[in-house]
Design a protein around this ligand. Sequence first.
Ligand code: NAD
Length: 458
Amino acid sequence: MMPNSSILLYYYFLNYYKIFYTKLFFTYYFTGFILIKIPKTLDPEIILAKNVSVRFKSEYQTNPELKVRFIDPLTGSVWGYLVIDNTLRGRSIGGIRIASNLTLTEVSQLAYTMTLKNSAAGIPFGGGKAGLIADPLLLDKEPQLRVDLISVFAQALFSFDNYICAPDIGTNENDTQQIYELNSRLIGKALHSRGGTGRKQQYGGIPIDEWSLTAHGLIAAITEFASSNNDINIKGANVVIQGYGNVGAATATKLEKNGAKIVGASDINAGLWEPTGLNIKELNSIRNQVGGLNNYTGKIEKFFDSSQLNWLLEAPCDILVPAARANVITSRNADRIQCKIILQGSNAPINKMTEYYLIKKRGIVSLSDFIVNSGGVIGCALEIAMQTDEVLKKVVLAADVRSYTENLIKKIISNNIREVINQINQKNKTGTFFREEAIYLAKKRLQNIDFNYLTNNS
Ligand code: NAD
């Protein structure tokens, strides 16, 4: 099958040289030289998990309930994936990722992480993830192309009512609002719990990125961890952020407010390293510009171009925050990582074996993704519940939606950090470590469902 990304790249190339550009029909784009087409429909092709035979299963190959790829029926190109990992706790929830090199393996890994995350957070949802294979930078430049592509994907996803979407890399609250409205039309109801989520407050949503809810949870996690660990102190810490997007930028800003210094930051364009500290105000103002961190004008000691982005992960620092793609710290670079603690803003940046190696051989603690970055999905769960539960809605509105959500996130994540640390302390002679105990906690809750979490906001 032909990868659709080549079509988009071709489109991008031609668009660069375009003489004029006119949208002809719903899905057709004319660049002056060639007619470019995004699919009018996407056909789901179900790949049964039980058909996948492997000799040795990795931690991510836990037989998801459903794996689907989405195909343009006219060209045979694969445009996206959906993986519903587990619905024991309820319908699955997870973001839609847009990336030109997205694979089914990455989406499966992320869906599994969502199962653990939602279970550990105690929310009544299972784990799932979806993704579109497209260039997010191109879609940012061509808003109508983006709207059309999201619309086609949302229609294809609609038949999978066990999946609720949220924002992820490459998508935002406008995309999930578009999907919510499309679902409204298809269901015939203005208010529903079918998703999308993480939408703007004016439309009844809880805007997880605008309110920096994931970063809020990350700060709660590291604060709680530091309170029982003398080696970790946010005040005075040197911090490196890999992936200066919604999660990375908000985490940097909050860590700086708490007395840390941001010595390194990267996005898809560039990596910056300055041991005396980067200018956060400037980083925040340029991050959404074309070229992103390439536009930084402040002092820097080292600059990494787009082919060297992962080098920044090896910079000396106290707190390293991966906040971009999966599998960035592996056996290839584990020996060169030079931080005290890894605060996992992104999903699946490190696997279990590497986390084990880092703590046992290098003394580097990893605060695992599904425990510490659940702030966003907790916000999404509350948003969905408020669509249909009038009693809860009144309570939340009376308390102020944002502060209610922030308190809930802080409480859930701080409790989970305490619980994992207690488990580690009880078993420390058995060679256990953070992710091992975090998985134990999440799996225990997967079997033992308590749905009172949303009103349990003391
Ligand atoms: P985003 O698209 O806003 O930001 C991603 C950033 O990573 C961008 O700045 C992008 O340029 C950068 N990036 C991409 N590839 C890179 C590379 N190779 N090196 C350096 N930077 C690179 O996405 P986001 O919402 O901030 O999500 C970031 C991560 O956090 C993802 O793994 C996501 O699953 C996870 N996460 C997000 C939320 C949320 O609330 N948005 C919640 C939980 C987890």
